[in-house]
Design a protein around this ligand. Structure first.
Ligand code: KIV
Ligand code: NA
Length: 277
């Protein structure tokens, strides 16, 4: 087992070794992420948007997260796997939050859980950490709050919201969070928070000073063929590759040019006689 732990990640920040993280949602994606030597695989609730066809992450259920996380775990036994707790599964009674968190830990064998939000979720973060669950925090643009925020927009642009974000980050670290995702905040805010905290930060649209970076699997591979956020860098265009492969197959079928002899099975002549009686 070569999985990272909360301690090895902390050591990476101290040695200024960058942490590479990517999302994955099924066993095949997880296996490829592990073969690419990712430090962390995140089973993000972005599964709702990139895999399940929802408009936001809000409809994603705990059962859906567990279903995908189990597949990822089967595909990547040797990589740290973090799982998002989905919308409204950690906002009421903290004991219910713990019960939800325990299901993901025990059914999917997660190495830790990610929760969006600042000081308002501290009671939930504390109850999880007290139970021994590594917690990754997530500040800045928190997509589960997209309706409240009024859209997907850069956060922490003015002094007051940047200050609030830093205070939230400090409080989450003090509560025992081992990792902090910063999404869609100005470069300087990413740098400031990274400098002020002892725990590593993982940026997504938060600049190069963060301790590591995370991107969505489908974004890295250019699987959508849609407009993506400014912070997305695509390293391939699988959308085009996939569509043209499917079209070529379809055309082969229509023109009877697939399957050729190369793709078909032979039978012995005496067996053929038996077959037809
Ligand atoms: O759900 C997700 O993919 C995420 C990352 C973008 C951080 O939360
Ligand atoms: Na998420």
């Amino acid at each position: 087992n070569r999985r990272h732990t909360t301690r090895t990640l902390r050591a990476m920040k101290q040695k200024a070794e960058k942490i590479a993280m990517v999302t994955a949602y099924d066993a095949n994606q997880a296996r490829l992420a592990e073969e690419a030597e990712m430090d962390i695989i995140l089973v993000g609730d972005s599964v709702g948007m990139v895999m399940l066809g929802y408009d936001t992450t809000i409809p994603v259920t705990l059962d859906e997260m567990i279903h995908h996380a189990k597949a990822v775990r089967r595909g990547a036994q040797n990589t740290m796997m973090l799982v998002d707790l989905p919308f409204a599964t950690y906002h009421g009674d903290p004991q219910v939050s713990l019960k939800n968190a325990m299901r993901v830990m025990q059914e999917a064998h997660a190495d830790g859980l990610k929760l969006e939000g600042g000081r308002e979720i501290l009671p939930h973060v504390e109850v999880l950490i007290n139970a021994g669950i590594p917690v990754c925090a997530h500040l800045g643009l928190t997509p589960q709050a997209v309706l409240k925020l009024g859209g997907y927009r850069v956060q922490g642009r003015d002094k007051e919201t940047a200050q609030r974000l830093l205070e939230d980050a400090r409080a989450l670290e003090a509560a025992g969070a081992f990792l902090l995702v910063l999404e869609c905040v100005p470069n300087d805010v990413g740098a400031l928070v990274t400098e002020q905290l002892a725990i590593p930060t993982i940026g997504i649209g938060a600049g190069a000073a963060c301790s590591g970076q995370v991107l969505v699997y489908h974004d890295v591979l250019g699987m959508h063929g849609q407009d993506t956020a400014k912070f997305v860098k695509s390293y391939a265009s699988l959308h085009e590759v996939t569509r043209s492969a499917l079209l070529a197959y379809r055309n082969d079928v229509k023109q009877s040019s697939f399957p050729t002899a190369e793709y078909t099975y032979e039978i012995h002549v005496d067996e053929l006689d038996q077959l037809y009686g």
